[in-house]
Design a protein around this ligand. Structure first.
Ligand code: NAG
Ligand code: NAG
Ligand code: NAG
Length: 480
């Protein structure tokens, strides 16, 4: 049904010809766009990349499976150091959804060097590490599949594709191989992060992937759907946003979800999850699932980000989606930016690939995995000695701290008891005297409680988020 320009070898050739022609033209007038290489294998494009002349940015597609194309964008930090005793870190940012674009949302709305108005972001994480954004899984953002059936159905399938991408990017560059990679996830991205962590470790062990895994950070991550849905109504009750009637109505659906999960009826559980969101919205006069101090659609990122709720099928939650669509005060339109100025700059996005065009389908294909927990994967990573950091915004509802603490307490990891018993350390930022958060660590498990932040921690608390990420990655740069 959907045809892309390099789906046949004939069209592929004309694409290369066109691009090369454009390349010469562009090189004459715009100095920044200078390299582009294509690796041809059996007449098929496996890797296609381009970048800026100074090497500060590169981007490309990796064909992670035949006809499944994953887009990535790498930013080299201007602060990058060459100290072998303290290797410069790289952050791989994994967005949620499923179906939300890391290249779009994570990059331009949260932590990249430019905001969605293309103005410099002074809190960019690029001051602490190199940044690698991906449109994961395939079908998200600029990534695309030539056949719908190639979309992933499980977190593990997504992790396998991401591992293939890392092999393509890291195995061909010795500089990158010396840099530890930190996988930092938000929301549903946490489920990809833990499955990718295990898949990458296996590929490293099997000598298929040349990479140092520095650690994994789970920001407001959907690791245990059951613990989160259980947390929603009681949390909202404590903060006066729902009453006892709403609580009772929500709890009956929570019981249904628990039964469906226990019976392994994953798709049905996803449906009931959607019904529960409807009940919560109705009984709270549309609380914002990303920040309980706001009404839905008020959070500037959630309006633009195709995050968890927005990806739900239109027919079921049209009221909620409509309220998002018509909410006043919408600022920089990410869709227009990504399908306009940015695709023009990148120069390699096929004409018939629309940024976000297949994102809705990505969620639909993952419906059977959406409600599955990934607590065991966190346990496995902890047992393998990987540094795991969990951070959570105080005001988040969808991945509420209450739910995160509940799944942490289910870990079988032997250090848990001590971790739970030790005291937290208060956090401040800059010259501020106000408590910005708390943290504690025991062995390789680290937890940050970030105050006055909702789901999108780096946006709501850029100062403390930057300090935190510098500390997670043990970055040699101290910008403060
Ligand atoms: C970034 O800019 C904002 C607004 O001008 C300012 O309040 C903040 O302190 C700056 N942050 C950093 C890390 O320089
Ligand atoms: C490898 O990565 C480094 C760091 O970003 C970059 O400077 C260099 O140009 C890359 N080398 C190749 C061959 O792409
Ligand atoms: C985990 O983090 C701690 C503290 O930053 C560090 O000392 C340790 O070397 C890290 N472990 C691994 C395996 O990277």
């Amino acid at each position: 049904m959907i045809h892309y320009i390099f789906s046949t070898s004939e069209k592929c050739d004309s694409f290369i010809f066109f691009k090369m022609g454009k390349f010469h033209f562009v090189a004459l007038f715009i100095v920044s766009f200078v390299f582009m290489f294509l690796t041809l294998f059996n007449g098929e494009i496996l890797v296609m990349a381009a970048g800026t002349s100074d090497g500060s940015e590169s981007w490309g597609y990796v064909e992670v499976r035949p006809k499944a194309h994953m887009f990535w964008w790498y930013y080299k930090s201007p602060y990058r150091t060459k100290d072998p005793n303290n290797p410069w870190p790289i952050i791989l940012w994994l967005q949620g959804g499923p179906g939300a674009s890391g290249v779009g949302t994570g990059n331009f709305e949260e932590v990249g060097p430019l905001d969605s108005f293309l103005k410099p972001r002074n809190s960019t994480w690029l001051t602490k590490a190199d940044l690698l954004f991906v449109d994961n899984p395939v079908g998200t953002g600029y990534s695309f599949v030539e056949d719908e059936e190639l979309l992933v159905k499980t977190d593990e399938e997504a992790a396998t594709d991401l591992t293939t991408l890392l092999i393509e990017i890291f195995n061909r560059n010795e500089t990158l191989q010396k840099s530890p990679l930190y996988i930092v996830a938000e929301s549903y991205g946490g489920k990809y992060a833990v499955t990718l962590g295990l898949s990458a470790l296996k590929a490293i062990q099997d000598k298929k992937l040349k990479l140092i895994l520095g650690g994994i950070a789970l920001g407001d991550s959907w690791i245990s759907p059951e613990d989160f849905v259980v947390s929603w109504a009681p949390l909202l009750k404590y903060v006066s946003r729902i009453d006892d009637n709403g609580l009772a109505e929500a709890n009956s659906l929570v019981d249904k979800i628990k039964q469906q999960i226990a019976a392994g009826k994953w798709k049905a559980a996803t449906d009931t999850w959607g019904d529960l969101e409807g009940v919560i919205s109705t009984n709270t006069n549309s609380v914002d699932f990303y920040n309980f101090l706001l009404d839905s659609g008020m959070d500037p990122v959630s309006m633009i980000a195709t995050e968890l709720v927005r990806q739900t099928p239109r027919k079921r939650y049209s009221r909620y989606l409509d309220s998002l669509r018509t909410s006043p005060g919408e600022n920089g339109d990410l869709g227009l930016l990504m399908n306009g100025a940015i695709r023009k700059k990148l120069g390699i996005i096929p004409d018939n690939v629309e940024w976000g065009g297949q994102s809705g389908l990505v969620f639909t294909y993952l419906e059977g995995d959406f409600m599955k927990p990934r607590i065991n994967e966190v346990d496995e990573l902890l047992n393998k000695g990987v540094n795991v950091t969990i951070y959570n915004g105080q005001l988040d509802v969808i991945c509420a701290t209450k739910g995160t603490e509940a799944w942490v307490e289910k870990l079988k990891w032997e250090g848990l008891k001590t971790f739970l018993s030790i005291d937290r350390i208060p956090l401040y930022c800059g010259d501020g005297k106000i408590t910005k958060g708390f943290t504690k660590s025991y062995r390789n498990l680290h937890f940050y409680w970030i105050l006055e932040a909702g789901h999108f921690v780096p946006v709501d608390q850029p100062c403390i988020a930057l300090d935190m990420v510098g500390s997670i990655t043990r970055s040699s740069i101290s910008t403060r």
